[in-house]
Design a protein around this ligand. Structure first.
Ligand SMILES: [Zn+2]
Length: 365
């Protein structure tokens, strides 16, 4: 069983307060806890293992009376024992190592690894290479005969997605010179949705980002902002609408039979096949939303989920990013302008770098 003891100071009215703890599982052998405070955390200690209990101490930090615990871990029970919050996470999880790092001024991330669940292969180097974030695949939505959505000004989604993907590639090459960046298309050509995931798999991709623009059926329309999707059955009408619009690209394909069977049930099976990296996809999606909305001022519509054909075949963490609404005049103006595309691309690079840091931390423990 994993038990985590979290130590903090009494409130004195001046110290920062922990407001949120986020607990996530990564695969079978890692649990990641993110501690967020209302202000900069200046002091935190390296977590220690004391009698099988992971101890995390925050000197100078108090606990907010309204601390929120946000957890994807199913077997979780929290209790406050003599002022110490003890989390019991997963009965078979025996912690062997814990490390902490800062992620921005207010977040401290603690990664805890378990023993015995999935032992590392003896060839450590090789195993790391297999996971290293060495190839990133960017997928500019639509292309050729499939123009995608058309903006209030008459601009085509296919051209905007390609322009942004190229900018991201060029910036990534500078920001992450060791990483190879691939585009599923680098010209105005039509590529089948299934083929895009295949291209990513064949090039050994470790991350797949499909770039799109949102749109409402009636223009102009007040709906605005950016949103990032992960592959899971649609949770609401809005998400289902977006997936239906993006999936409609298959009408340009020769053989549509391959998609016909992707009913809700089969989608659940497809998403189960992606279970091992859904957490990482979510992680990237959160970073994208945060960075893009901060740098462009686009409304943050959050991370959503739906069944996108283009994501089903990509065997790696993957997201579909809807940059902005072409049916909204202000959004369209921004996303059609070179400066708007530049800031979206810059934000995507930042999000990928943030993701890469989390990813390498998980591998290095
Ligand atoms: Zn699209």
């Amino acid at each position: 069983m994993l038990m985590v003891s979290i130590g903090w100071m009494p409130q004195d009215g001046t110290n920062p307060q922990l407001t949120r703890i986020r607990i996530q599982e990564y695969g079978k052998d890692s649990v990641v806890m993110t501690f967020r405070a209302d202000r900069t955390i200046t002091q935190w200690q390296k977590p220690s293992l004391e009698g099988g209990i992971v101890v995390v101490r925050f000197p100078g930090v108090a606990r907010s009376s309204a601390i929120a615990i946000d957890s994807s871990v199913t077997q979780l029970s929290s209790s406050v024992i003599r002022g110490i919050l003890v989390e019991r996470i997963r009965p078979k999880f025996v912690p062997v190592a814990a490390a902490a790092r800062r992620d921005g001024p207010r977040d401290i991330v603690v990664v805890i690894r378990a023993a015995g669940t999935t032992p590392r292969p003896p060839d450590e180097k090789k195993s790391n290479d297999a996971w290293a974030l060495d190839v990133i695949v960017l997928d500019p939505g639509h292309g050729g005969v499939d123009v995608g959505a058309i903006s209030v000004n008459g601009a085509y989604e296919k051209n905007i997605t390609l322009a942004i993907a190229r900018l991201v590639r060029d910036k990534l090459k500078k920001a992450m010179p060791k990483t190879k960046v691939m585009l599923t298309r680098d010209s105005d050509t039509f590529i089948e949705l299934y083929r895009r995931g295949q291209i990513a798999n064949e090039s050994g991709g470790k991350l797949f980002i499909s770039i799109h623009c949102n749109s409402m059926p009636n223009k102009p329309h007040p709906a605005n902002g950016c949103e990032t999707y992960i592959l899971r059955p649609g949770r609401n009408d809005d998400a289902t609408r977006v997936a239906a619009r993006e999936n409609a690209s298959v009408r340009f394909e020769q053989s549509q039979d391959r998609y016909a069977a992707l009913s809700e049930d089969q989608l659940i099976v497809a998403t189960m096949a992606q279970r091992s990296f859904v957490r990482l996809s979510e992680e990237l999606a959160r970073h994208i939303q945060k960075e893009v909305s901060a740098s462009t001022g686009l409304k943050n519509r959050g991370v959503n989920q739906a069944g996108f054909f283009v994501l089903v075949g990509a065997s790696m963490p993957n997201v579909l990013f809807e940059t902005a609404f072409l049916s909204n005049s202000a959004d369209a103006k921004l996303i059609e302008s070179p400066s708007g595309q530049e800031s979206v691309a810059q934000a995507l690079v930042k999000a990928i770098q943030r993701y890469a840091r989390t990813y390498s931390t998980l591998l290095d423990q």
